[in-house]
Design a protein around this ligand. Structure first.
Ligand code: NAI
Length: 313
């Protein structure tokens, strides 16, 4: 079986370099019609140029594929989607990938550092997805990828703006996955690691040599394929390794309603509250609410079997 993307139209943002270029080349080689979007600026958000996008379009066409360039910044999502409509008549796949860095420790971060990173990563991904959304809803089909980062998922020194934007993307994806569920629109998030101009200064060359963008793109393409039923997933991917993330929640501690509990009670149960033995894996807001509702419905005994019954009377 060779999975293909014939008749599918894909927008890849920031596709002039690095990961986006690799995604675009792979989809183009598998039959997709590709909009190669790239502003063509520097790694810190400076300048613009058509060179990067044009070069990737030329590569796709030279390999026998179909592609057009778009040079708009991602916060103008409607223009990028319009390029897809003008060239290919529709859009099936949006890969939100464009990104820059403005790394600086929080106490030195300026409002401009914050605004620019939020604009490119979070607003940009929203904007392109938002412009494609009505088309996908009408046709009952769509595949959207968000590109988060380990920095966003776990936190990293000197990247407050980037971490906030990147975890915001996971939140956006989770919401769109729910809204798209009944419309055939699937939304997934990747946290990649790859050698690119964003990482070439922060990782040693011998490590970068094994972190090829081409090792990330097969996962992205699979998540964008019509045979793939995955939605609302978050995946870590790099150097040939792929894994899925999920939330984990401790069993927790229920304090009985109708009886005040104190700061000391919280302090005394702190180890239980943080004990991940037999942890659960909530995946929806209903899952989140369930133990709280259970506590409400069992006001004398508290919320679960781990309640300290001596204290619950
Ligand atoms: P890259 O710098 O090689 O490519 C990013 C591309 O996005 C560039 O061609 C740039 O011109 C374009 N771009 C920047 N701002 C744009 C805008 N406003 N509108 C349109 N295009 C714009 O970087 P790389 O590493 O390929 O990054 C791709 C994505 O992956 C980014 O979102 C980045 O944050 C994310 N990422 C990368 C990691 C890595 O290890 N390389 C790690 C975690 C996340």
């Amino acid at each position: 079986m060779a999975l293909r993307f014939d008749q599918r139209v894909a927008i890849v943002t920031g596709a002039g370099n690095g990961l986006g270029r690799s995604h675009a080349l792979l989809l183009g080689s598998l039959g997709a019609k590709v909009v190669v979007n790239d502003l063509g600026g520097g790694a810190h958000g400076d300048g613009k140029s058509s060179t990067a996008a044009d070069a990737v379009v030329a590569e796709i066409i030279a390999a026998g594929g179909e592609a057009v360039a778009n040079y708009d910044s991602v916060e103008h999502g409607e223009r990028i989607v319009q390029t897809a409509l003008d060239a290919f008549g529709t859009v099936d796949i949006v890969i939100n990938n464009a990104g820059i860095l403005r790394d600086v420790s929080f106490h030195k971060m300026t409002q401009a550092d914050w605004d620019l990173i939020l604009k490119v990563h979070l607003t940009g991904s929203m904007s392109v997805s938002h412009a494609a959304w009505p088309i996908m809803r009408d046709k009952g089909y769509g595949r959207i990828i968000m590109t988060t980062s380990a920095a966003g998922l776990y936190g990293n020194f000197g990247q407050a703006n980037y971490c906030a934007a990147k975890l915001g993307l996971a939140g956006l994806a989770n919401c769109l996955a729910e809204e798209g569920r009944s419309k055939g629109i699937q939304v997934n998030t990747i946290a990649p690691i790859a050698a690119s101009r964003l990482t070439e200064t922060i990782m040693p060359p011998e490590l970068l040599a094994n972190l090829k963008p081409e090792h990330v793109s097969p996962l992205v393409a699979w998540l964008c394929h019509e045979d793939c039923e995955q939605t609302k997933g978050i995946f870590e991917v790099g150097a040939g390794y792929i894994s899925q993330l999920r939330w984990e929640r401790t069993q927790g501690q229920s304090f009985p309603l109708g009886k005040n509990f104190s700061v000391d009670d919280v302090a005394n149960k702190w180890n239980t509250i943080g004990d991940f033995t037999n942890a659960g894996h909530p995946a929806t807001v209903n899952d989140s609410f369930a133990p709280i509702l259970h506590n409400i419905n069992n006001p004398r005994l508290g919320g679960n079997e781990f309640i300290d019954l001596d204290e619950a009377v």
